[in-house]
Design a protein around this ligand. Sequence first.
Ligand code: NAP
Length: 203
Amino acid sequence: MRIGVMGGTFDPIHHGHLVAASEVAHEFSLDTVIFVPTGRPWQKAHRGVSEAEDRYLMTVVATAADPRFTVSRVDVDRPGPTYTADTLRDLSVALGPDAELFFITGADALADILGWDRTDEVVALAHLIGVTRPGHALVDPGFAPGRVTLIEVPALAISSSDVRRRVADGAPISYLVPAGVESYIAKRALYREESGDISSQGI
Ligand code: NAP
């Protein structure tokens, strides 16, 4: 089984993420893509990140209609900061030796992973695919030749930060995120304030 592992904060998930997963699934002949929302992103102290449960549920709503996509709670449920080495190790144990893993994430985030924590373990556990938006240079991090691929995905012109900003400004987000995610954001009153700690909003 060739399995994509789509890691991201998904605050919120948008159509760029879904197109990127679909493109990579096609390019790499993946059988399935598991979306893995982060638990507590350790490097995001500079801004409040929405509750993991909200980000997880939005990801479930966004992917529900596509039979190729599933969502894992592996990072949401693991206590402490999220590290990709832990994500891949936990999934690898759960899926067994026949699973070949392809870790997909933003190219910027991938550069961080390769610069930080347990790089050797990450590279040993998965092929790494960095997806990037138009206008961003595709710079190969130079690690692990043959194990890292960078792909430009035009739909990634959509960004989570822009969606959050638009909600805060009262601008429409229709067609940038799936309709169910738009409804969820409204129902939970997410992103009404663009900066500061938004994790305490909602109920
Ligand atoms: P981020 O810094 O919030 O994102 C960096 C850029 O990548 C943003 O432009 C973001 O756009 C984009 N991006 C993030 N995930 C994406 C995805 N799945 N598909 C397409 N674009 C994506 O990164 P993050 O969300 O915190 O982390 C991404 C993944 O890397 C997570 O699985 C995280 O756990 C992992 N990570 C691990 C380490 C480590 O182990 N040391 C360090 C950093 C990140 P949007 O905002 O539009 O998504």
